[in-house]
Design a protein around this ligand. Structure first.
Ligand SMILES: Cc1cc2nc3c(=O)[nH]c(=O)nc-3n(C[C@H](O)[C@H](O)[C@H](O)COP(=O)(O)OP(=O)(O)OC[C@H]3O[C@@H](n4cnc5c(N)ncnc54)[C@H](O)[C@@H]3O)c2cc1C
Length: 567
């Protein structure tokens, strides 16, 4: 057990900017920022937002699985934060003392909290109710910054130490194991994998839960609940990752898709007073969330991982009050209804007066026999640390000549034995940024194969070998490759708006003048009050920064639509 109070928590008057804090590599500084102690003067200000309560020793303050937990500050005594072990015994991993506060990111949303808290001894705590907590962080900016930074760092700590998480049991290379892990990682949910490829008994877990290999993968949830190969929606619901909504509510704005463009629309919409909901089929971040490093986004000279960017944007949107439903694909837009009605995969509906479509695009598939069999078991569409681990020291292929392919090749070359970049064209110069082309050319761990295409896949449970053919000479090459990263352009995610909006020949949403609404907004679609931003929009620049820009700017047009000026 770490007693954080005795571990160097500094007075919170000495704080630096959020970004500096998040990049801090000094463990003591990080500890102080994760569990800060508010100054006496700050406590005086916080007192105005809450009321004092007395707790007996060991009295519960909140429990894992609760929703809508309040914000607690220790005035006297202590709060112990704990998880339960496999014998259901509490394991305290943090003790918060005078002028320290409890809580983490779930204080900004309605998800179930991940850990429990109790009074360490007879204690006097300040309870700040949810609505007052929101007022506190937005009004008292200095305190809000300390709290926000601490909450982000605490979630990082929960993930790192798997406090308040779940155990995934299954074969590391199994497509379903990967599917579950990707979902948990991309939603910043703490978890660890018991890899049955390494240990067939998974450390006794299979016996303990009467499971056989046929049941795998499983997720062991709190209370020893076993979820057998759950769908993402089932797992999200079971773990309380999805917010609950009053379906009678009419939102001002529904944003469909939580990629960079959708998250930007949510931040600007919510911060400008619109009651905003974001509906996301998978996890925040979109395509950008699968990028190992974005180097051309303004303000991050050393680059930022897509997941880190998305994580911050999500917290920012929630701080301003935006609601976020993950694992909730929108299946249809009823554009005859007023307000607009969006149908979700689970049969529920959401009503909103304005809609922003930010559903982006998804990667195209290769046309090779046996392709589907290896999807998720050797064929991937993202190159994050998780996929890189799966092809450590082995040969990998990146297919594609765009920037995403270039980034993936450079990133994978650090851990894979060798990376082959395959393109059908003559080279990379016409399609990839020069800095990436140069890195690929200079690397002795990457080989470019121009004018080539994959013609054969071999393997059993997972991919073992790949054959490619030179399109001009017909020469075939077979290599022992365990991972293919397919990055060959994208198709828009617009199947769900069919019949409702004007689409271009490729299926992207037509906006602005071409949609007959140029005077209103370049992002207006053929339906009043429905806008499209980011990669899903016909003619858009397919970049993070442009998506963020469009998502931010569109909110002005939504205000004009919702509150038209009097004639
Ligand atoms: C590997 C990779 C690396 C990249 N690197 C860079 C880079 O370095 N710099 C750069 O500028 N750009 C980069 N890009 C491009 C950039 O990521 C995209 O341009 C950007 O993410 C587009 O943002 P978006 O919000 O419009 O759409 P997306 O990012 O595609 O997000 C759309 C979201 O909508 C969700 N969605 C789809 N359908 C539905 C539905 N029916 N219901 C609910 N939700 C739905 C998806 O799950 C997704 O989360 C990269 C892309 C990839 C794939």
């Amino acid at each position: 057990m770490a007693d954080r109070d005795s571990n160097g928590a500094a007075d919170a008057t000495e704080h630096s900017a959020l970004d500096t804090a998040l990049d801090a590599s000094d463990p003591i500084a990080r500890e102080a920022q994760t569990f800060p102690r508010l100054s006496a003067q700050m406590i005086e200000r916080v007192m105005r937002y809450g009321s004092e309560e007395r707790f007996a020793a060991r009295a519960p303050v909140f429990s894992r699985g609760d929703r809508s937990v309040d914000f607690f500050v220790v005035l006297e005594g202590s709060i112990e934060i704990f998880d339960v072990d496999e014998h259901d015994l509490p394991q305290v991993f943090v003790v918060l003392r005078t002028r320290q506060f409890a809580g983490e990111l779930d204080l900004f949303n309605e998800r179930q909290v991940l850990v429990s808290a109790r009074a360490g001894e007879a204690s006097r705590l300040l309870r700040v109710k949810r609505a007052d907590f929101r007022r506190l962080v937005s009004t008292e900016a200095d305190i809000g910054e300390i709290v926000m930074r601490a909450f982000i760092l605490r979630r990082v700590g929960l993930i790192r130490h798997v406090h308040g998480g779940v155990v995934v049991v299954g074969p590391a290379h199994g497509a379903d194991t990967l599917r579950l892990q990707q979902f948990l990682s991309r939603n910043a949910y703490p978890h660890r994998l018991l890899d049955t490829e390494q240990d067939a008994e998974a450390g006794g877990f299979l016996d303990c839960f009467s499971l056989t290999a046929a049941d795998l993968p499983v997720v062991i949830a709190p209370g020893h609940r076993v979820l057998r190969n759950p769908s993402l929606a089932q797992m999200a619901d079971d773990l309380g990752m999805t917010e609950t909504f009053d379906h009678a509510t009419v939102f001002d704005l529904a944003v469909v898709g939580a990629g960079p463009a959708g998250l930007a629309a949510a931040v600007y919409g919510a911060s400008e007073g619109l009651q905003t909901i974001v509906l996301e089929s998978l996890a925040p971040g979109g395509q950008a969330g699968t990028s190992s490093k974005i180097e051309n986004y303004l303000g991050f000279p050393t680059g930022i991982s897509g997941q880190a960017l998305a994580g911050r944007a999500q917290v920012q949107a929630q701080k301003f009050g935006a609601r976020l439903a993950v694992s909730r694909a929108v299946t249809a837009l009823d554009c005859e209804a007023t307000p607009y009605r969006l149908s979700l995969e689970d049969g529920a509906t959401i009503r909103a007066r304005a809609v922003v479509i930010a559903t982006g695009a998804r990667y195209r598939k290769l046309d090779v026999p046996g392709y589907e069999r290896f999807e998720g078991q050797g064929i991937y569409y993202a190159a994050t640390a998780m996929e890189a681990d799966l092809c450590r020291d082995a040969e990998a292929i990146v297919v594609g000549g765009g920037n995403s392919a270039g980034q993936a090749a450079v990133f994978l070359s650090r851990s894979c034995g060798h990376v082959h970049v395959l393109v059908r064209g003559e080279g990379l110069a016409a399609t990839m940024s020069d800095y990436l082309v140069q890195r690929i050319e200079r690397s002795d761990r990457i080989t470019l194969h121009a004018c080539c295409e994959i013609v054969g896949l071999e393997g059993d449970a997972s991919l073992r070998a790949v054959t490619w053919r030179h399109r001009q000479t017909g020469t075939e090459t077979t290599r022992p490759v365990s991972a293919i990263f397919a990055m060959i352009g994208a198709e828009p995610n617009t199947g769900w708006v069919h019949g409702c909006l004007e689409l271009d020949a490729q299926g992207f949403v037509v906006t602005g003048e071409r949609a007959g609404h140029g005077a209103d907004s370049p992002y207006a679609t053929s339906r009043p009050g429905v806008y499209a931003v980011g990669d899903v929009r016909s003619g858009s620049v397919k970049r993070v920064a442009s998506g963020v820009g469009e998502g931010s700017v569109v909110v002005q047009s939504i205000h004009r639509f919702l509150h038209p000026p009097l004639a």
